[in-house]
Design a protein around this ligand. Structure first.
Ligand code: SF4
Length: 250
């Protein structure tokens, strides 16, 4: 699954850019999902007094509203991006309005000053209203979502790699000799390979009785993520250490 973020100030053209990207990715045959980050403090999908609101007030930790045309899944708390992305299994996921991740990013801007204040080394493309004025900024292409959507999605296909195990980064790990953010920048520049991350490497073997069961990298990343809180507890924890789990009789 490939994931990238589109960020920028309000009215910079983010949503228009995303609409056109999603439509073009779909036209190319990809399965596409999206996440919209909402910054309004009082935002809620649930109306006060509705039945689902009453379930939530009573303490339900996961409320599902199942209608004839839509199903809404309501968590009564803000989820982290890693958790949210674990519910997707699409070819591409577009994340709108989340800047604090190690995801590759498209920066949308309306004015040159908005680029200068937000530009960073995870930005691989610039779009939004500014694409009516510029074609390039510090060797990063500036592309218009209305007139140049094919070129724009070509860049996405070229630059966005498979999602790393942790989109918000792990501060303590450094097993790749780097941190998650610098590693993600290295991937974007073609200087590092995803497999160099210890959470991606196929180092997990699963045996049921004497029989080995094949596991894929999503399983490895999911398992390491689940164990993360536990395996950092011992002193001198080394991410390269072997982990043994035994379930059932010895
Ligand atoms: S090994 Fe992976 S999880 Fe650890 S710092 Fe490097 S990229 Fe991040």
């Amino acid at each position: 699954m490939k994931v990238f973020s589109v960020f920028g100030v309000s009215l910079s053209g983010k949503t228009t850019t995303i609409e056109h990207i999603i439509a073009e990715l779909k036209r190319r045959g990809y399965r596409v999902g999206s996440v919209k980050n909402i910054h309004f403090e009082k935002f809620t999908l649930d109306l006060e007094g509705s039945n689902t609101w009453r379930h939530k007030q009573a303490g339900s930790e996961l409320v599902v509203a199942r209608g004839l045309r839509e199903t809404g899944v309501l968590f009564p708390q803000k989820l982290g991006m890693d958790k949210i992305l674990s519910y997707f299994d699409h070819d591409y996921v577009v994340v709108e309005g989340v800047a604090d991740t190690v995801l590759p990013k498209i920066l949308c801007a309306g004015e040159p000053g908005e680029i200068e204040s937000r530009f960073n080394d995870l930005v691989f493309l610039i779009s939004g209203r500014i694409s009516n004025q510029l074609t390039e900024y510090k060797h990063v292409p500036v592309l218009n979502p209305l007139r140049e959507i094919e070129k724009l999605v070509d860049v996405i296909e070229e630059k966005v790699a498979e999602k790393m195990p942790f989109v918000q980064g792990l501060d303590h790990c450094n097993a790749c000799g780097s941190n998650c953010r610098d590693f993600a920048v290295g991937i974007l520049k073609g200087e590092r390979r995803r497999e160099e991350c210890v959470y991606v490497k196929d180092r997990v073997s699963l045996f049921i009785g004497q029989q080995e069961v094949k596991v894929n990298s999503s399983f490895v990343a999911g398992l390491r993520g689940l164990l993360d809180g536990l395996i950092t507890q011992p002193e001198n924890y080394n991410p390269l250490d072997e982990i043994k789990i035994t379930i059932g009789k010895k």
